[in-house]
Design a protein around this ligand. Sequence first.
Ligand SMILES: [Zn+2]
Ligand SMILES: [Zn+2]
Ligand SMILES: [Zn+2]
Length: 105
Amino acid sequence: MEPLDRDTAKKLFDRYRKQRDGIRNSPEMASVCLICGSVHIIPDAGNAHKLVCRDCRFAFFRYACPACGKTVDGRDPQNPGCPECGLRICTCGACGCTATNHRQD
Ligand SMILES: [Zn+2]
Ligand SMILES: [Zn+2]
Ligand SMILES: [Zn+2]
């Protein structure tokens, strides 16, 4: 993905720092760090559901919901954490608990 230009990144950063609702619906927010404003966001090597900021190392959940395909973003208040599976709860109500059908036993 092409890095965002600085102006666009700054506008998005300012907007979503104040109002975090809607981050999940903004495709550009996959490449803006909400902590330091960096656009150097890379996949987290240790967690397929996370992205990490290359500059400040802040990691956040961002992935497609396995149930409905919508984007889930851990920085969005509409995607709260699930205490059971540790993933985020999609606006459709699905999280890691509902998505895993494969059992170990
Ligand atoms: Zn950062
Ligand atoms: Zn969903
Ligand atoms: Zn869960």
